[in-house]
Design a protein around this ligand. Structure first.
Ligand code: M6R
Length: 614
């Protein structure tokens, strides 16, 4: 979490840094700050709250240096107040930091013993102290950073500015991403947490690996290992445009991203479907051997992910077990990494992560690799840390997802796990060609089914208005709709700050029925499938106890409609593709509720998009 921008170049650093931070605000929005050189001195301005507060504060400030660093914070150590905002300045050194210094208490104690005055509650400030101590001795920024890096334990990325050296930045990382942007023509250099922050200025980037240091000077860039060995790094040219991160007339990024889902799902599917033969082909995921050969040997599949990505993994379990008849385990990454999991031989471990940077998921894939698993990552951000770690790669191809609440990445992932289920089933010889073609046809129908759901947005918005009257929400589903109920509840919690729980509909009588009264809404995900009658029976039990039902059903399901306060219709689809379609009304209802309550939909309180701390 936290967004970092460092800039060296001929433009006004204030402008470039603030513009970059705007693109990174999704990473944290508790406070923000910049430090820019002016008349050879560091001028630091920080503000509590969103970036806008900082923008207002620096509006009339002028800086004449070529160098600056900026930061948007998601608080870890210490509350979101100005003294804890970055950059942290100690003497001639200013730093911005993303991540956690795990040995900070030890460092703090030693610094205090040496007479340091600590002015914030953060672990970050201590890094500035350490570098400032070293620079007094070395008078060399690179050396001071190298010496400091050897004292730090944790997950961090840091950019350092030394006011004595107006054309130099040093940055390093061990964990959270840090990417160098280079525009040789205009002699501009950037160090950013995400390429989006520099895309307006360059398409050429170098991704730093853990414990690498970049030394940026006006004359050029050099890379070093933590021990000071020079490194050769590859410059990657991206073909992304910054317009992909604009709102394009939508009120919020989230709404735009919900509406992009037909296209996003089609883009996820397209690289892996042969339109002539209607066959699935995952040969392009990058495994060393042909995919069928690889998957034939697999005896177990394990999915590891967090949040919405974990719910996508839940859906994958239903799809892959039922279609391919192979055991599938699912784990929340933060649990998986510490429960000493058994990873049997011939396991395919799949991670799902929109950002590709989630710290726990990254740790999980590294651990699985060490234990000999074959790994496959499903990510949206190409060349993200998790993507770079995996043996095989599936891309959501959703385009940049800015809204903190994940939407299009979820539905694109569901499309990809459909493909994975088909490919594994084929490799195991349990899916004939006709059945495969049927699966593919069902998938190809999804983008237009999504368009149909979106065309009914006004009904979801009306339902959302009514739903505000309830004090709590139970989201129910069975089979593949159960994870969709979990996802619906998460969307409502994170956006509208309302208490919502997802439950397997069959579990109601084992406890949650006690919650039911006239203020408790029951939102049921009940598209037509082989479990629909059982779901309806569970709803009868809830209705008999005064429960108010809001249902999502396929076409005109009269039985469901007659028992519901609101019935929201979605197109008839297949059991495997139903989840991709049935989640959209839940996304839209949560969106409209939050918006009408006046909440910040794109940046819900206390959250961040990319969770790079554990
Ligand atoms: O980038 P990832 O998919 O790894 O992120 C995982 C979760 O942090 C993320 O899905 C989170 O739960 C979203 N805010 C949900 O909308």
């Amino acid at each position: 979490m936290c967004g970092i921008v460092g800039y060296l170049g001929p433009q006004d650093p204030k402008k470039v840094i603030i513009e970059g931070l705007k693109k990174l605000e999704y990473r944290g929005y508790d406070s923000a700050g910049i430090a820019v050189l002016h008349d050879g001195k560091t001028k630091r301005i920080r503000a509590e709250g969103k970036l806008k507060q900082l923008e207002d504060k620096v509006l009339n400030e002028n800086f004449n240096g070529n160098l600056g660093i900026g930061h948007t914070r998601w608080a870890t150590h210490g509350p979101a107040v100005e003294k804890n905002a970055h950059p942290h300045q100690v003497g001639e050194i200013s730093i911005v930091h993303n991540g956690i210094i795990e040995n900070y208490l030890e460092i703090k104690k030693e610094l205090i013993e040496r007479g340091a005055h600590i002015s914030s509650d953060t672990d970050s400030e201590l890094v500035a102290h350490l570098i400032n101590e070293e620079i007094q001795v070395t008078k060399d920024l690179l050396l001071a950073v190298q010496k400091t890096l050897s004292k730090l334990i944790g997950a961090f990325s840091v950019v350092v500015l030394w006011e004595k050296s107006p054309n130099e930045l040093v940055a390093f990382k061990d964990g959270p991403p840090l990417i160098v942007g280079i525009n040789e023509k205009s002699s501009e250099y950037f160090v950013v947490s995400d390429v989006q922050a520099a895309l307006n200025y360059t398409k050429n980037f170098v991704y730093l690996e853990d414990r690498e240091i970049v030394h940026i000077k006006k004359e050029g860039i050099k890379y070093y290992s933590a021990l000071g060995a020079p490194l050769k790094k590859q410059v990657i040219t991206l073909d992304w445009t910054s317009s992909q991160v604009e709102k394009m007339g939508f009120k919020h990024y989230m709404l735009k991203e919900i509406y992009e889902q037909p296209h996003a799902v089609a883009s996820a599917l397209q690289p892996h479907i042969n339109m002539q033969t209607l066959e699935v082909n995952l040969n392009n995921v990058g495994f060393e051997n042909p995919v069928e050969e690889v998957l034939k040997k697999i005896e177990r599949v394990m999915f590891v992910a967090c949040g919405t990505s974990f719910y996508a993994a839940n859906v994958a379990k239903y799809l892959i077990e039922q279609l391919a008849r192979i055991p599938v385990d699912i784990d929340i990454a933060s649990e998986f990494r510490y429960r000493k999991p058994m990873i049997p031989a011939n396991t395919l471990l799949v991670t799902v992560s929109q950002s590709g940077e989630t710290a726990d998921t990254l740790a999980a894939i590294r651990m699985a690799k060490e234990k000999g698993a074959l790994t496959l990552s499903i990510t949206n951000v190409m060349r993200s840390s998790i993507d770079r770690e995996a043996h095989g790669h599936l891309y959501m191809n959703s385009g940049v997802e800015v809204g903190v609440a994940s939407t299009k990445a979820f539905t694109s992932t569901l499309a990809l796990v459909n493909l994975l289920a088909v490919q594994i089933a084929k490799a195991r010889g349990v899916l004939n060609k006709d059945a495969e073609q049927t699966c593919v046809k069902n998938l190809l129908a999804v983008p237009s089914q999504l368009e149909m759901v979106l065309a009914f947005d006004k009904y979801f918005s009306e339902a959302a208005k009514k739903l505000k009257e309830f004090k709590g929400f139970l989201y129910l589903g069975r089979g593949v709709s159960y994870p969709i109920a979990l996802e619906g509840a998460l969307k409502l919690k994170e956006l509208a700050y309302m208490h919502a729980e997802g439950y397997a509909a069959g579990e109601m009588k084992h406890g949650p029925l006690a919650l039911i009264d006239s203020k408790m809404a029951i939102v049921v995900v009940a598209p037509t499938d082989e479990l629909i009658d059982k779901t309806i029976s569970n709803l009868q039990e809830a209705k008999a106890r005064g429960g108010k039902i809001i249902s999502i059903g396929s076409g005109e399901n009269l039985a469901l409609k007659s028992m519901s306060e609101y019935y929201l219709s979605i197109p008839e689809a297949n059991w495997m593709t139903n989840p991709i379609i049935s989640v959209v009304p839940l996304q839209l209802m949560a969106y409209h509720m939050a918006d009408s309550l006046g909440f910040d939909v794109d940046q819900p309180r206390n959250l961040a998009k990319s969770v790079t701390v554990e």
